[in-house]
Design a protein around this ligand. Structure first.
Ligand code: GLC
Length: 436
């Protein structure tokens, strides 16, 4: 775990190779949380809902319900029908939750608090594993992971590991990309400064600006690449009230004032921002890889690049993605594991990636020539995911994130001074940390 030291300004000094600590890229750090051990994963309180073994999966029969966010790309329905065709003894049904990550979590936690057995397989954003495991809502899937450990990209596995055990299997990973309309923007912006300059004159910049998890991610991408952090290296206190965060927030606020970021951006989640880009309401877009296949199908004249850096600085990607866990209350854990093994296996992972640009969690998939041909950004994406910076690993992550997105939103929508917004975020995060 490394602590972040740089200021936005210091990045320029780092570029000149002067300041100490310049060599340590923020892209390997954990966003300031110390709860990850050097072998990966996190430590924390966990209550096991029992262990599911690979043998139980081999002998599986019966019905399984998979609960996960809305199937925007069609990939989820596809994997369900492929599984059902090839596994006559088990029948999987897809239960689609809302598109917003926060609303998905609310719906899952309501069911789990009621000890409902409705969802056997839980589609969990990578940031929920610590919370769900500490609540005792997940079965231990360590033996299933150990049987295939070397197949996975290590950073994806770390999102499912707490106290040396695995509580879920990585399903899809994610790292942000920058899309731009090649008819309106002639050259790829490579710095955040260029993004807003070009957006100001040539059509606007869109990202996920609504007050929800997506805004936390987008803000942290800029903050991490500026050398900022959310928590101290021991994970015990907030560090978000920093000069780096002030500069990022002031930069975004100026973008709103200049109309480089349209007012409507405050209403965008992933899909709204994708539609704004496809309809020409913004010419530069920060979004996830899934947009690639959909924008291509919509015949948008676009190009895609890795995320920009600050001028003279280093890139940082926030690690996104979903893991599949087995509910403690499942009546068919063997069937659930059988389906999870299939959905996270090489054939399914290759299919999703090619058809829906849903980034695979298996290293091998990125080397497949058919994948590279259909997803030209795949090699750069693999690097971004391998070095992806996790969001703070904590059972109170949802409260930490809320403190970030509500205060960032207030600075962007109401003109709250960055210093006030960050002071509030800092004290709300510290209060959340005290609750566990
Ligand atoms: C994507 C990412 C997820 C993130 C969410 C934010 O679904 O995979 O990790 O939390 O977007 O909206």
């Amino acid at each position: 775990m490394k602590k972040h030291f740089g200021l936005l300004g210091a990045i320029l000094i780092c570029a000149a190779g002067v300041a100490a600590g310049c060599g340590s890229s923020s892209s390997n750090s954990s966003g300031g949380s110390s709860s990850s051990s050097s072998s990966g994963g996190a430590s924390g309180s966990v209550q096991s809902g029992g262990t599911v073994t690979p043998t139980e999966a081999q002998n599986a029969k019966g019905n399984v319900t998979w609960c996960i966010g809305k199937d925007t790309t069609g990939a989820f329905n596809q994997v369900v029908s492929l599984y059902n065709q090839s596994h006559p003894g088990v029948h999987v049904k897809l239960l689609e939750l809302p598109t917003s990550a926060d609303q998905q979590r609310t719906q899952l936690t309501q069911r789990l608090q009621a000890k409902s057995s409705e969802c056997d397989v839980l589609g969990m954003d990578v940031i929920w594993t610590a919370e769900f495991a500490s609540q005792g809502w997940l079965k231990d899937v360590t033996p299933a992971i150990q049987a295939r450990q070397t197949e996975f990209i290590p950073s994806t596995l770390n999102t499912a590991k707490i106290n040396g055990k695995y509580w879920a299997v990585p399903f899809n990973t994610n790292a942000g990309l920058l899309y731009y309309n090649a008819k309106k923007i002639s050259q790829a912006p490579t710095t955040w400064q260029q993004v807003l300059q070009m957006a100001k004159s040539d059509g606007g910049f869109g990202f996920q600006g609504q007050a929800y998890e997506g805004l936390t991610v987008d803000f942290l991408e800029m903050l991490y690449s500026a050398g900022g952090s959310v928590l101290s290296s021991d994970g015990k206190s907030a560090t978000i009230d920093s000069s780096q965060a002030q500069q990022v927030l002031s930069f975004l606020q100026q973008g709103m004032k200049d109309k480089a970021i349209p007012q409507a951006n405050l209403t965008y989640m992933e899909e709204e921002s994708r539609n704004a880009f496809q309809d020409g309401r913004v010419s530069i877009l920060r979004n996830w890889p899934y947009v690639y296949s959909l924008a291509k199908a919509a015949k948008v004249p676009f190009k895609v690049e890795p995320l920009p850096t600050w001028q003279g600085g280093k890139p940082a990607s926030v690690l996104g993605g979903y893991n599949l866990g087995i509910s403690t209350y499942s009546k068919n854990p063997g069937g659930a594991l059988s389906f999870i093994n299939f959905a996270t296996g090489p054939a399914a992972q290759k299919k999703f990636f090619i058809k829906s640009s849903l980034p695979a969690v298996l290293t091998q998939t990125y080397k497949d020539p058919a994948v590279v041909k259909s997803q030209p950004f795949a090699p750069q994406l693999l690097t971004a995911v391998q070095n992806g910076v996790p969001r703070p690993v904590s059972p109170v992550y949802p409260q930490i994130s809320e403190a970030i997105y509500k205060n960032v939103y207030s600075a962007l929508s109401n003109g709250t001074a960055p210093s006030t917004a960050l002071k509030n975020a800092q004290s709300q995060i510290n209060s959340a940390l005290k609750t566990f």
